[in-house]
Design a protein around this ligand. Structure first.
Ligand SMILES: NC(=O)c1ccc[n+]([C@@H]2O[C@H](COP(=O)([O-])OP(=O)(O)OC[C@H]3O[C@@H](n4cnc5c(N)ncnc54)[C@H](OP(=O)(O)O)[C@@H]3O)[C@@H](O)[C@H]2O)c1
Length: 318
């Protein structure tokens, strides 16, 4: 089968299409014929030798990618939750070796959910790591409640655009940040308010928020402490939370200021599948590339300006 091997950490020229042996499913695993995958910023960081590179390197040739949608073609021992020919999607083996940049992928059956008939494989692949991060952070880490005021940074991005929709579904009053170019997009996702971070300091215009979801990093977590009310919560997923931020958060009487790393979880994927099936959340796909264009897809995500998601059509079908 064809897979994209990362020869060594570095530029996109190190992503090399290679013929390798088909994987076979072990106990609890399934083999998927991949239809579509998606690219996340962690793929780019890992390609450059950051992110999860050191962990993956110890596990043999590095094959990036964690988001998969496809058809089940073989079951490992003890798998009863899915059947051959079913269509499934999921974020596989994260934060381990996902190996999704390939024509076939093996992963634990309990990392997947059934793909809703209402969405195609590209849309399903777009709704894995980014959607799962939004779901786990908003419902399990920030525990957003109806009526709360929630600030979502980078609201037009992969994680952000799902977060706006999920926070609205949870009944929150949602404020998104992004550039002027994404104002209409984020408002159409359901955001109640929007701050153009290039023209305004969000901490000067937002007050008394219950929760902040930061996906930007840098000084954003620190600056975000100013918008939270006493007892408020902050979760930051890009670069974490420094000791300084934790100390200031405590001094301000905040309930939470922490980092989070998304985890593969089929039950959470089922929750997302229900929301996708009902049309409550919808992935936005900026561009679809082929597997041979993986380098171009990386360059696109690397700009940090992606609206929604970038998807790779692996089998060439619609
Ligand atoms: N810890 C975890 O489990 C986890 C999981 C998922 C993602 N992440 C990390 O979270 C970050 C975001 O991921 P993603 O997939 O959402 O990225 P992404 O799709 O590449 O985000 C792109 C978006 O960021 C917006 N943006 C850039 N700078 C901004 C700023 N200063 N303020 C507001 N918006 C800004 C851009 O909007 P404009 O063009 O309008 O500026 C663009 O729409 C990445 O660093 C990723 O590695 C971590």
């Amino acid at each position: 089968m064809k897979a994209i091997i990362l020869k060594e950490a570095g530029g996109v020229e190190n992503l090399v299409s290679t013929e390798i042996e088909m994987p076979s499913p072990k106990k609890g695993e399934i083999l998927i014929k991949v239809k579509a995958i998606s690219v996340n910023p962690v793929d780019i960081k890992t390609r450059k030798g950051l992110g999860l590179y050191n962990t993956l390197k110890e596990d043999g040739p590095v094959i990036l990618g964690w988001d998969v949608s496809g058809e089940v073609i073989e079951l490992g021992e003890d798998v009863t939750s899915v059947e051959v020919e079913e269509e499934v999607f999921g974020m596989v083996n994260f934060p381990g070796h996902g190996k999704a940049y390939a024509e076939y992928v093996v992963a634990p059956a309990n990392h997947f959910a059934d793909k809703p008939d209402q969405i195609n494989h590209a849309e399903a692949a777009a709704s894995c790591l980014a959607a799962l991060t939004a779901w786990q952070v908003l419902t399990q880490q920030l525990k957003v409640q109806a009526g709360e005021k929630v600030l979502i940074h980078a609201a037009a991005g992969g994680v952000g655009h799902f977060s706006v929709q999920i926070a609205k579904y949870l009944g929150a009053y949602v404020i998104g940040t992004g550039s002027d170019a994404n104002y209409d997009f984020v408002k159409e996702l359901g955001a109640d308010d929007y701050v153009d971070y290039k023209n305004e300091k969000f901490e000067e215009v937002i007050k008394d928020a219950d929760a902040v979801f930061d996906t930007v990093g840098g000084d954003n977590p620190l600056r975000s402490l100013n918008v939270l009310k006493k007892g408020g919560r902050l979760v930051a997923i890009a670069g974490g939370v420094t000791d300084d931020v934790k100390k200031i958060a405590e001094a301000k009487g905040l309930k939470k200021a922490s980092a989070y790393l998304v985890q593969s979880n089929g039950d959470d994927m089922e929750q997302l599948a229900e929301l996708l099936e009902a049309g409550t959340i919808k992935p936005y796909i900026s561009k679809i590339f082929s597997l041979d264009q993986i380098g171009e897809a990386h360059k696109h995500v690397e700009t940090g300006r992606t609206r929604g998601k970038i998807v790779i059509n692996v089998d060439g079908e619609e």
